[in-house]
Design a protein around this ligand. Structure first.
Ligand code: HEC
Length: 248
């Protein structure tokens, strides 16, 4: 299905005045959004790769400084994509966004040094989802209205109030990402009107894997290690989405 096919059905639900159906602009926005999501996911996976170390009560200073962390993020991203996060092929906007994401990650790791390094404590609550939320908060502070990244989830699954889907996200999750015939992993995007300004919005679906189920799995309602009731999720089910908003 082409992008234009995706844009049409939502129109019936969300009347938009100024729709920028300019395909090249949309392509660029898709690419920018996917990159924002990829960098965020890389940061999360570095937290995940260090989770046992972070959770180790025997070690005080973990050596997981902002510098070490960012080095691992850059390395991992380059390994996966063949390109550096701050590759010199980036457009000025892409570079600005990537730099803001890295600065946000640096800040989160710096802010949490005393948590990460607290001796005698096992589980510290410093997990990929928390890291991602804090990173996105700093990123939003730096980018203002230009770009926003958020990890959200269907309303019945959402844990943190700050991650609650807004009306557009809730509807797009329900009508597209959660539909049985929605192609796995395919993002949903469209241009929406926000008080006369055309805004690009995109949702990139995320699914539970086995590794998520110790917290989000069964038995539903039982407390997980973080103090939240488990959702009863199963591997392969939609867990949430990375939501990107671009105003430019
Ligand atoms: C150690 C327990 C744990 C594991 C494992 C875990 N999560 Fe979470 N997850 C949480 C917590 C706690 C939050 C809320 C974080 C916050 O404060 O923002 C969360 C938040 C989320 C959110 C954001 C929306 C919300 O509910 O606030 C999504 C989406 C999500 N998790 C998906 C996953 C996926 C997919 C995996 C596996 C790849 C996973 N989680 C693994 C504990 C966990």
């Amino acid at each position: 299905m082409k992008a234009s096919c995706l844009i049409v059905p939502m129109l019936a639900l969300m009347p938009v005045a100024a729709l920028a159906q300019d395909a090249p602009a949309s392509d660029a926005n898709v690419q920018i959004s996917e990159r924002l999501a990829a960098v965020l996911r890389t940061g999360r996976s570095v937290v995940s790769a260090n989770q046992d170390l972070i959770n180790d009560p025997e070690i005080g200073d973990k050596g997981l400084t902002p510098e070490v962390f960012l080095e691992q993020v850059n390395e991992r991203f380059e390994k996966q994509t063949g390109k550096a996060i701050l590759s010199d092929t980036l457009s000025p906007l892409e570079r600005e966004l990537a730099e803001a994401q890295l600065a946000a990650m640096r800040q989160v790791i710096a802010d949490n040094q005393s948590v990460i390094n607290s001796p005698g404590v096992g589980f510290k609550g410093f997990i990929p989802a928390v890291f991602a939320r804090l990173t996105n908060e700093h990123f939003a502070e730096a980018m203002g209205a230009t770009a926003k990244v958020k990890v959200t989830a269907p309303l019945d699954l959402v844990r943190n109030r700050k991650a609650r889907p807004d009306a557009w996200e809730a509807e797009a999750i329900k009508d597209y990402l959660r539909q049985a015939d929605w192609e796995k992993g395919k993002p949903f995007f469209e241009e929406v009107d926000d008080n006369g300004v055309s805004v690009f919005r995109m949702l990139i679906p995320e699914y539970y894997s086995e590794s998520c189920l110790s917290c989000h799995g069964s038995p539903k309602g039982e407390m997980d290690v973080t103090g939240f009731p488990k959702e009863g999720g199963e591997a392969g089910e939609l867990a949430g989405a990375i939501s990107v908003t671009l105003r430019r």
